[in-house]
Design a protein around this ligand. Structure first.
Ligand code: ARG
Length: 417
């Protein structure tokens, strides 16, 4: 066994699962002093044994960091404000957590004078990119070790054999079907039977949401209050982000809201079948979007819709610690300055629907919109507006479209012009 020295101290992002337990031992065998670090971002699998399991696997130190509040305030809420959904559907729970874990790894490494950080990601996923790129930005001098990307233990079975041979305590069973990741913002599930996109997700995939078919027959209504785009109240009660997200999670999950099943494009070029449960993120997004329709102008909404896809890609691709991210975040928070108000959401059998929305900054004006008494809109001025607005249409129709063979509209040919 190689000699341990001060300059071979590494901080490992440790989950307590099979991979990171084996990584701990594997690095130890190669002369590294391993400090295991676990970040609590919410819904950490209840396991008080994490620390003793880390030591049993060979760690010389263990740190548990409660990062839930930072995660909610500085990652989940900004992503919500930006409307970031990867490929239109995934609220990015796993992707959002990675830069914060990378930051924590670097902080712990500095405190312990470590020369490296490590993670248990494979070489096929997005998470390795997110960790590596984030650490490279935050601490270019630190080495990054990713044993799972390199080692000889290429199957789950070989890892289990290794663990048993080295008396590493593991709680997983050999037939564990899925690879999962959980935090406040959502739960990601992949592998096993999900690798066939034709297969409907088996019931045992879902842990946070009831089957919409079995959800209560009566709807649940909740009111979410926002200030400058951030959720601040639930049913009128002011609560901190972690509690708010958890409560929305519970009630939305109980109504079967937040199941996502998609084929997505990984950064490394692979298409992958991914299943997510994101009851809180889904519900808060619907509420937030409704409030934006009331408080943002048409052109602000258009620009936002164009940019949010870029924002989502940036988060997905692990580019959190970049200038572009800072610029998009600044634009987002500027755009959110009037997004204050309340959305009323109906949760019912897998759906979250906005049924009411109000804001002190609302751009909706009853006296302009109404068809009843109190209308202040001057309908006669619409005539002049249409005359100018329709001018180029009239010119083109007359000069070109009415003159072409078949005319401007020909149903029989299936052409509309
Ligand atoms: N496809 C998702 C992403 O890249 C989820 C990854 C889940 N990670 C896991 N270890 N199961 O963000």
């Amino acid at each position: 066994m190689a000699r341990r020295t001060e300059d071979k101290r590494v901080v490992l992002a440790y989950s307590g699962g099979l991979d990171t337990s084996v990584v701990t031992r594997w690095l130890t065998e190669r002369g590294w002093e391993v400090i295991c670090m676990t970040a609590d971002m919410g819904y950490l699998e209840a396991d008080e044994d994490l620390e003793s399991r880390a030591y049993a696997a060979g760690a010389v130190g263990f740190e548990m960091l409660d990062l839930r509040d930072d995660f909610a305030r500085a990652f989940c809420y900004p992503a919500l404000m930006a409307g970031a959904l990867y490929e239109g559907r995934y609220p990015l729970a796993t992707a959002l957590a990675r830069p914060l874990i990378a930051k924590a790894l670097v902080d712990v490494a500095r405190r312990h004078n470590a020369t490296a950080v490590a993670h248990g990601c494979t070489g096929k996923g997005n998470d390795q990119v997110r960790f590596d790129v984030s650490v490279q930005a935050l601490a270019p001098d630190l080495r990054i070790l990713a044993p799972v990307r390199e080692w000889e233990l290429t199957t789950r079975e070989s890892e289990i054999v290794y663990a048993q041979a080295h008396s590493i305590p593991i709680t997983v069973s050999v037939d564990k079907q899925y690879s999962t990741d959980e935090n406040l913002w959502g739960r990601s599930i992949e592998a096993g039977p999900l690798e066939d996109p034709w297969t409907e997700p088996p019931d045992n995939v879902w842990e946070w949401t009831v089957n919409p078919e079995d959800a209560p027959d009566d709807p649940t209504y909740i009111e979410i209050g926002f200030e400058h785009g951030r959720p601040v109240t639930l049913d009128g009660e002011e609560i901190d982000p972690v509690t708010l997200i958890s409560r929305v999670h519970d009630v939305a999950g109980a109504n079967g809201v937040g199941r996502i099943d998609m084929v997505e494009d990984r950064l490394v070029g692979i298409k992958s079948r991914e299943v997510y449960e994101a009851p809180a993120a889904t519900t808060l997004r619907i509420a937030h979007e409704a409030l934006e329709t009331l408080t943002l102008s048409k052109s602000q909404l258009r620009i936002k819709h164009r940019l949010m896809q870029d924002y989502a890609d940036l988060i997905y691709d692990g580019l959190w610690f970049t200038g572009l991210h800072q610029d998009l975040a600044a634009l987002t928070s500027s755009m959110q300055r009037h997004v204050t108000g309340t959305a009323r959401i109906k949760l019912y059998k897998g759906q979250a629907v906005t049924v009411g929305v109000e804001s002190p900054n609302s751009l909706y004006q009853y006296s302009l919109a109404t068809y009843d008494e109190g209308d202040i809109y001057d309908q006669s001025s619409a005539v002049g507006f249409i005359d100018i607005f329709g001018l180029p249409v009239r010119v083109q129709a007359e000069k070109q479209l009415l003159r072409q063979p078949g005319g401007i509209f020909d149903v029989s040919s299936g052409r509309s012009s």
